[in-house]
Design a protein around this ligand. Structure first.
Ligand SMILES: CSC[C@H]1O[C@H](OP(=O)(O)O)[C@H](O)[C@@H]1O
Length: 397
């Protein structure tokens, strides 16, 4: 199975999604700053996957601060003190890694959360994961856990977030595949596969499961300008599994739907407001309008960690604005005049009224979404979708 995020021995390895499908290159991150820059540069992308990477970034900060505390025989090293291992501890500090300048593990965690929260504004999974790591850190601090015990517990928490996301994707996929007719031809946008999650995928996870169940005939893949997550990443995932698919330019989606070639549209989400309004990759809103016009079901597929009950509607969802050159050029080839003005929102918001159903790990939500979301929020999470763990003994081991 594709795993874009791997944490081994205090180093976070990220599959560089900017280079796929041409080459499978991994980026090794050993500091919070390196993880933050990898998220900002979209080395790792996809709402759940950036939450998982950020969680490991927080754990990395704790591991480094605890090592500093141990070697300095204190809470942690002064910023100007070289490390025991000869590595310049400022190395990370000079790279702006807040994790090693903080005096305590708790301070390192808080600094890491602040830095990682500033990387990308729209995907709520990032902020949900950071809040969960911060809560865990505070819980451990309140118990007086020793630095190394805190670091180990936070590494375990990040691993739980990753494993729970995979479990949620597998559950969602079953719920979503059941909605599709036999021999379904589906259209999808951007990349919502294993590369964007803890594995299997959200909308693409439904497609994988439907294929394995023999319910899927064909996938129309939107290339997804400007960064081509569909053409580069979704096509790569589908090709690896031998799932029949056809790549189209975003502008061809209407023609394909109008030709009666689409039985359902399946997309992911970066944030779902309390009323069901959904932020997703730019171009999603257009697909929802087209699907409604052609009488085609439009399904959003997302784990519960993508739902943000604190936002009353999609108007409040922050939309990330990305750089002009992502539109004016690609792969170093410029195709618009350097002075051309560009508007490059990474996401748009689809009104709940255009969404046929929201497929989550907690089941399929149908309109009215405000009530459906409130009801699911009140219900206990299914096993494996929340912090299910025994707290370490006070004082840690
Ligand atoms: C599993 S949902 C992934 C979601 O994230 C993508 O955005 P980006 O590639 O900018 O991280 C896109 O909106 C997908 O639907």
């Amino acid at each position: 199975m594709i795993q874009p995020v791997r944490y081994e021995g205090g180093v976070l390895h990220l599959l560089d999604q900017r280079r796929l499908p041409a080459e499978e290159r991994w980026v090794a991150c050993s500091s919070v700053e390196e993880v933050a820059r990898a998220i900002e540069a979209m080395v790792v992308r996809g709402a759940p996957a950036i939450g998982i990477a950020a969680a490991y970034g927080v754990a990395l900060a704790a591991v480094r601060a605890a090592a500093g505390a141990a070697s300095a025989g204190s809470d942690g090293p002064r910023a100007d003190e070289p490390g025991q291992d000869g590595r310049d501890r400022q190395g990370a500090a000079s790279s702006g890694d807040p994790g090693t300048t903080a005096g305590t593990v708790a301070e390192a965690v808080d600094a890491a959360v602040r830095r990682l929260a500033a990387t990308r504004p729209t995907a709520v999974n990032l902020h949900w994961a950071l809040r969960r790591m911060a809560d865990r850190s505070r819980e451990l601090a309140a118990r007086g856990a020793a630095p190394r015990a805190v670091a180990a517990a936070l590494e375990a928490e990040a691993r739980s977030i990753q494993e729970e996301d995979l479990a949620m994707c597998l559950r969602m996929a079953e719920h979503g595949a059941a909605l599709l007719p036999a021999g379904a031809r589906v259209l999808t946008h951007c990349n919502t596969g294993a590369l964007a999650t803890g594995g299997h995928g959200t909308a693409l996870g439904v497609i994988r499961t439907a294929w394995r169940q023999g319910r899927l005939r064909h996938v129309w893949v939107d290339e997804t300008r400007p960064l081509l997550q569909g053409a580069r990443l979704t096509a790569w995932e589908l090709e690896r599994e031998g799932i029949p698919h056809t790549l189209i330019v975003d502008g061809a989606a209407a023609a394909v739907m109008g030709a009666g070639q689409v039985d359902a549209v399946l997309v992911g989400a970066d944030r779902i407001a309390a009323n069901g309004d959904t932020a997703n990759k730019i171009g999603t809103y257009m697909l929802a309008v087209l699907a409604r016009h052609h009488g085609i079901p439009f399904y959003v597929v997302a784990p519960w960690s993508t739902v943000d009950p604190t936002l009353p509607s999609g108007d409040a969802i922050p939309i990330e604005q990305r750089g002009a050159d992502e539109v004016r050029a690609l792969g170093g080839v410029r195709w618009a005049p350097a002075g051309t003005a560009v508007y490059n929102p990474a996401f748009d918001v689809t009104p709940a009224a255009l969404i046929t159903a929201i497929v989550t790990d907690r089941g399929v939500l149908r309109p009215p979404y405000r009530e459906a979301i409130a009801e699911r929020a009140a219900a206990p999470a299914a096993e494996g979708t929340g912090p299910n763990r025994a707290a370490p003994p006070a004082g840690g081991s």
